[in-house]
Design a protein around this ligand. Structure first.
Ligand SMILES: Cc1cc2nc3c(=O)[nH]c(=O)nc-3n(C[C@H](O)[C@H](O)[C@H](O)COP(=O)(O)OP(=O)(O)OC[C@H]3O[C@@H](n4cnc5c(N)ncnc54)[C@H](O)[C@@H]3O)c2cc1C
Length: 417
């Protein structure tokens, strides 16, 4: 074991980790070190070679690698240390962390502050319990994306994609462009799970059959997938008997949800939100363990990387303040409560003393709604969808209206009367 003095250690060099590290250096932290298990920084962005990144932040339409490159360059210019091909194996509540790589073996660090930026992972077939045989030819959409975009392999020729999240829809287009036949995108919900722009640009523009309110109920084939059985579902997502039919295919892609990657957070004793699976955070993006902060997909799954960077900058800034002894003790006493049609809100609590950006998702799609935060913020919205994250900035004017004695603030998204 070797020791090293680090002010802020960031776990993960995806867009969240890079933005947090840059901000931590800019805020005056001395030794800022990112520990990344992959050989190169950039996280998920390196396999996202399509455009659509950075529209908000740079007002430019960048690919994933182009977006990542801007942050990697800046981190290097600012002297952020990058410990690549290195895996964080364990963290204790006192922030002692164990890291391993093939050069140095096991190492132990005790940074003054930590930023969790481990991203998320895809749900697999096991978590869906689809009956049938266990042939080759079943992949998560992200794995297939890596094969096609990074490794240069086509995982099949005739695809059925289960789930219409953004990864599934982007892969439907990508595979079509590579000459494969995407026989159907099958979605259990009555609406698509991803962004409208992906529904239009990846599904409709390429005439790919989309079947909402349907699911895959069985997989067939011995050596390799030969077909899947699809059925219509009722409003409780249960297959309707008599609606089944088979679709011939050699590959089934699963795009059935992404969950924050928090095994390390649990080891450190960080409290997780049981509903979204990420750490409970206050407005400083500080978790329940003092000195451990979090940002990006490890907290909640984002659809736009621009929001990942913004949120993680908050984590990096406050981690630097904590490490340099400049952070005021958190006074985030006001808990944000999810009211009608709100699925979750990040952060979980605020102080009401500083400007803060709230990120949230609705439970159900709805038209002509009013989004309110207690009686301090209200905005009419034409339409909301679970896939499109909502963002509310609470600044001086709104916060001045806050009842300081309140310990709860309800966020709601109700149909306008
Ligand atoms: C297919 C797809 C398409 C997308 N398309 C768009 C788009 O068009 N526009 C857009 O704005 N956004 C898009 N996104 C979203 C965006 O890519 C993600 O929101 C963003 O990458 C999340 O950043 P992150 O840093 O939180 O996580 P990640 O990018 O996943 O980075 C996490 C990093 O942590 C590392 N790590 C994890 N555990 C450890 C450990 N124990 N030790 C060391 N390292 C560890 C991982 O190796 C990884 O590099 C897309 C995402 C996907 C999957």
């Amino acid at each position: 074991m070797k020791g090293k003095s680090i002010d802020v250690a960031v776990i993960g060099a995806g867009p969240a980790g890079l933005a947090a590290a840059i901000k931590a250096r800019e805020a005056g932290a001395g030794n800022v070190t990112i520990i990344e298990r992959a050989e190169a920084p950039g996280g998920l962005l390196f396999q996202c070679i399509h455009n659509g990144f950075g529209l908000q932040r740079f007002n430019e339409d960048l690919t994933g690698p182009e977006y990542a490159h801007r942050f990697i360059e800046k981190a290097r210019d600012l002297g952020v240390n990058l410990l690549l091909s290195s895996m964080v194996l364990d963290i204790e509540a006192d922030r002692e962390m164990v890291v391993a790589n093939s050069r140095d073996g096991l190492m132990s660090f005790q940074p003054k502050a930590i930023v969790l930026a481990m991203g998320c992972r895809e749900r697999s077939r096991q978590s869906l319990f689809i009956p049938g045989t266990r042939p080759a030819g079943i992949f998560t959409a992200g794995t297939a994306q890596r094969y096609v975009n990074v490794e240069g392999y086509m995982p099949g020729k005739k695809f059925v994609i289960l789930g219409s999240g953004d990864v599934g829809m982007i892969m439907a287009r990508r595979l079509t462009l590579e000459g494969a036949e995407v026989k159907a995108v099958v979605e259990v919900l009555p609406y698509v799970g991803g962004l409208i722009r992906n529904e239009v640009q990846c599904i409709y523009d390429f005439d790919i059959p989309l079947m909402c309110s349907h699911t895959v109920i069985s997989v067939h084939g011995q050596e390799r997938v030969e077909s899947v059985t699809v059925a219509k579902v009722d409003k409780n997502w249960q297959p309707i008997p008599g609606t089944e039919w088979d679709i011939g295919c050699d590959t089934l892609l699963l795009s059935v949800g992404i969950v924050p990657e928090n095994e390390l957070s649990l080891k450190a004793g960080v409290a997780l939100d049981p509903f979204i699976g990420g750490p409970v955070v206050n407005e400083n993006m500080e978790t329940s363990v003092p000195g451990i902060f979090a940002g990006g997909n490890v907290v909640h799954v984002h659809d736009l990387v621009d929001n990942v960077s913004e949120e993680a900058e908050g984590a990096g800034l406050h981690a630097a303040e904590y490490a340099t002894g400049k952070m005021r003790a958190s006074e985030s006493k006001i808990t944000l409560r999810a009211g009608p049609n709100i699925r979750y809100i990040i952060p979980h609590s605020i102080s009401g003393e500083s400007d803060v950006t709230l990120f949230m998702r609705v439970k159900e799609p709805a038209d002509k709604v009013r989004l309110s935060v207690g009686n301090i913020y209200s905005k009419a919205l034409r339409a909301v969808r679970p896939s499109e994250m909502l963002k509310v900035k609470l600044t001086g004017d709104e916060l001045a209206r806050l009842d300081r004695s309140a310990n709860e603030l309800t966020v709601s998204c109700e149909q306008k009367r």
